[in-house]
Write a protein that binds this ligand. Structure first.
Ligand code: PEP
Length: 251
């Protein structure tokens, strides 16, 4: 059985004071929630504060990006061991905003995944097609290429610790969600690809999150699909009450 995982990606939002308020609020709302893995991904600047509030809670902490080297002359960058040192267990890699605005390639994502795994972080690896690619009908090929390149050289014992996030770019921050059928079609396709890479048993145990305008109003129907194992939530995770409702499937 795959334990559902819900992640809140805060992107470049929240000052320290705002973040502390939201995390304290979320911690209270998540008390007693054990059947779902909940993770918040605040900006780098508040990871240390978040760790203090989340210590001894069931909510996990993650970063939104990292560099592939453990250390070096890379001004402005942060490495996997630095994230571990701050109490992170997860890291989002290959988010479409990183790909689009910062030129992040699949090859770089691959190096980052390897570094994250070396330092025992759980990578949340994002893949997904643009609107143009969806319209042209090349979306499956695009996602297959992303996945194959991002996961190149990664063995089954490492893959076991990874989470994949299928995030169609046309659904991120647009208010347009993939229908449950569209999402399920892609999730089962991604699982087939994972089976080709790592074998069926392992693919069956790996979690695939859906991301793209998830809200309390649409989570329940998405989670009914057999291959959707959780959500990576942007905008609707900024508010503790809305994120908590998503974790509770809209209740
Ligand atoms: C995201 O940033 O990963 C995301 C899915 O954003 P949103 O929920 O706002 O579409």
């Amino acid at each position: 059985m795959r334990k559902p995982i819900m992640g809140g990606n805060w992107k470049m939002y929240k000052t320290a004071r705002e973040a502390v308020q939201t995390i304290e609020d979320l911690r209270e709302r998540m008390e007693g929630v054990e059947e779902i893995e909940v993770v918040v991904f605040p900006p780098f600047t508040v990871l240390g504060l978040a760790e203090k509030i989340l210590r001894d809670s069931s909510i996990g902490l993650g970063a939104q990006n990292m560099h592939w080297e453990a250390g070096g002359s890379y001004t402005g960058e942060i490495s996997a061991p630095m994230l571990v040192d701050l109490g992170c267990r997860y890291v989002i890699l290959g988010h479409s905003e990183r790909r689009r605005y910062f030129g992040e390639s699949d090859e770089r994502v691959n190096k980052k995944i390897k570094s994250a795994l070396t330092f025992e972080l759980i990578p949340v690896v994002c893949v997904g097609e643009t609107l143009k690619e969806r319209k042209e009908g090349s979306f499956k090929r695009v996602v297959e290429t992303q996945l194959n390149l991002c996961l190149k050289g990664i063995g089954p014992e490492e893959a076991e610790r990874m989470v994949i996030a299928y995030e169609p770019v046309w659904a991120i921050g647009t208010g347009v969600t993939a229908t449950p059928e569209q999402a399920e079609e892609m999730h089962s396709f991604v699982r087939e690809l994972l089976a080709k890479l790592f074998g069926e048993d392992l693919a069956d145990s790996m979690r695939i999150q859906y991301g793209g305008s998830v809200k309390p109003q649409n989570i329940k129907e998405l989670m009914r699909e057999p291959d959707i194992d959780g959500a990576l939530v942007g905008g609707a995770s900024l508010d503790a009450s809305s994120f908590a409702r998503i974790v509770k499937y809209g209740e």
